[in-house]
Design a protein around this ligand. Structure first.
Ligand code: GTR
Length: 345
């Protein structure tokens, strides 16, 4: 870890106006500026909040009779256009004030290979899930879906990750209103590009109790500086997925040393809440050493709140295998969440 730190040459970013941040108050004063900086340079500013109209359709009891399933439709209107996003809310039957996982999904189907619904329900959690491409397509078409409500001449001032995060926060607004949901016990979970999205959502929106960031790698949990040949870099990611970021982010291609932050500062914004960063041993592209180092560097934010807090609330783990949101990962996240709730961590 020490070698890694030296090799990567990451400056101390816990600095505000040239002054080292040493107290919780100094850190809290710096947070709004840091949020702005990350959005301005990397992800692009989120659009103004539109309050959607919500329609609920009961799908009935399912999952061996153990859960109530509803489809919840959010309709947004702006600039004479409208867009509806379908989500699914599944709550264990007969449980009052249920803790819930807000799950950012690749697939529309529930359950799917990344979302073992019955196991999650059996562990005592509810699920609120949406498919990210229902919000806006994962491509450079900014007239599509919710983006279409904000575009001007086919362009938006934000990247798609920001818009997915925007919708995730709207989901949280909705969960807060549901009697059956314990609004103080909502975890957000996402894998890979949706891990990046979950992390950004929680960095900006402090209502999530736990943030589970799986194999998020480049522009997610991994630091951007000092990548090895096998890791994804800003150059690679902005070549393949330029539409995930604000246009100006390209200035940091092969120029990471001029970034006014590194990704650990995004992690730091989750403090003092609970964060689990997951990696997979065979996922070299995501840069596990960079994710681990990022957690180590971000720990300072938790420590500013309380000595020893990072140890309790910031967790990094790596499992065997490849890039995937696996059953093992879910078990780690669910066990972690159970612990947090039981011991009031
Ligand atoms: C990869 C991409 C990563 C990661 C992943 C995914 O191809 O390079 O940044 O986000 O896709 O979302 O599955």
């Amino acid at each position: 870890m020490v070698n890694e730190l030296i090799k990567r040459n990451i400056p101390d970013f816990f600095v505000n106006n040239g002054k080292k941040i040493e107290t919780k108050q100094e850190w809290e004063d710096y947070r709004p500026y840091l949020k702005e900086l990350l959005l301005k340079e990397e992800y692009g500013f989120l659009p103004p909040k539109i309050i959607p109209t919500v329609r609920v359709e009961k799908e009935g009891v399912d999952f061996a009779g153990k859960a109530e399933w509803e489809s919840v439709y959010f309709t947004f209107e702006n600039n004479g256009k409208s867009h509806t996003v379908k989500t699914g809310l599944i709550l264990p039957k007969g449980k009052e004030k249920c803790p819930v996982f807000l799950s950012l999904n690749f697939q529309k189907e529930i359950p799917n290979k990344y979302l073992p619904v019955e196991e999650i329900i059996d562990t005592g959690f509810g699920i609120f899930a949406f498919c990210y491409e229902e919000v806006t397509a994962d491509n450079n078409d900014f007239t599509n879906g919710l983006c279409g409500l904000f575009e001007e001449n086919g362009k938006c001032p934000f990247g798609k990750i920001s818009l997915w995060a925007y919708f995730a926060s709207i989901c949280m607004d909705y969960l807060e209103k549901r009697q059956e949901v314990d609004k103080n016990s909502v975890a957000i979970i996402g894998h890979s590009r949706l891990g990046k999205t979950a992390l950004l959502t929680s960095a900006l929106d402090e209502r999530f109790k736990l943030t589970c960031v799986n194999d998020s790698g480049c522009c997610g949990a991994a630091v951007s500086r000092g990548k090895s040949k096998e890791n994804e870099t800003i150059e690679k990611i902005t070549e393949t997925f330029p539409f995930w970021f604000t246009d100006g982010f390209k200035q940091y291609v092969n120029n990471e040393s001029s970034l006014p932050f590194d990704q650990h500062m995004l992690l730091a914004l989750v403090a003092p809440r609970c964060l689990i960063v997951g990696g997979a041993e065979e996922d070299a592209w995501a840069d596990n050493k960079g994710q681990h180092l990022s957690c180590a560097l971000a720990a300072k934010a938790w420590e500013l709140y309380d000595k020893g807090l990072a140890d309790k609330r910031l967790n990094y783990y790596e499992r065997r295998g490849t890039h995937f949101l696996s059953r093992t990962d879910w078990i780690v996240y669910m066990e972690g969440f159970k612990e947090i709730l039981k011991n009031e961590i």
